[in-house]
Design a protein around this ligand. Sequence first.
Ligand SMILES: [Zn+2]
Length: 376
Amino acid sequence: MIKKISTLLILVLTAGCLASCSKPSIIDSKISINQKPEQYYSSFKQNEAGVAKFLETPYGMYNLGSDKYIYYSEKGNMKYVKLCSKPNCNHKSKDCNAYTDSYQIGYYKDKIYYTSDSILNCMEMDGSNHLRVKTLYDSPDANFGYFHNGYFYYVITRGGTVGSPSNVDNNLYRVKIDDNSKPEIIITDDIILDIHMFIVLGNTIYLYIYNYNDWGCYLYSYSTKTEILTKLTDYWSGFGSSFFDEDYGYCYRPNEGIYKYNVARNEITLEKAIKFNNHGLCAVKFCPDYIYIIHHTSEDRFTNYSQNQVLYIYDWYYNLIDSIVFDKVPDGEYGGYLTYSDDYIIFSSDYHHVPDYYIDKSEIGTDNLMFHKIED
Ligand SMILES: [Zn+2]
């Protein structure tokens, strides 16, 4: 009997070892420290440079590159490597585990999801086992959207991007990503043809709609409970400088400042006037701990504006805490702010390549703020 048990034990141990040994060395398991509720990782992050290009997960940070490969970095400030441990893979072909043919990635229940046009796919956290989950629609049209708490929300863009005059589908859809159910239409309205971005928060969806007559966007809200669509203001900005939480919306309008929308009162107020002598282009990121204003100082938007940029860091009382020049962008390239984590702000000197600089947030306000290089 004892021999039987010990044989069984050895078998179990061996099986356990084989299972763990077959995992890639870059991701062994969930990172055990500072784990947050699952919804933190599966919710869409509004304050990044792009839409659904980064995933902060219990396993580490994932970045969908402009080459459509997924790159992995354990903490976001460490070297980004292609998410593939296939033997004999040169990581340059389309059958590399890291390759997605996608414009957006999402995290849900220990899997990475992505779409290749109308096809929804998933993979394991180590990049292995790519699976086709379902087909969303029959046309070869592109779509725009993102993953949020177990759903993929999207609009179909025949013209290739949002705002294209060739778009013909005036629906906003969502589809559950981990079962066989069909997509459902949430909103049908011609404003969807001019949609710039939408934010899903509980039973409310905020829609940023292009205003082609003026700078900025119209702001609408839609209640999935009452199915009522309401125009809130024609004085809002786009994805790069707007943010919503349950109680408030925030946006930055160039050379005016930060506006705040009070959801309960349905009221918009100018919270903080901010003006620059040379305005150039600004992006404003409303993050949980700070507000980042990235000021591209070149007035001429047809020259490379990202050569001259300053990061201003405000607290949520709108006090300027710190600022730093980002001068790492080579001639002819575009780069700058990408995303943030609890501890770091991530930058890239060239958006065609993996992130290569970070700010350590513990240095904010210490007279010692600097860009650190992400080393090999
Ligand atoms: Zn590979």
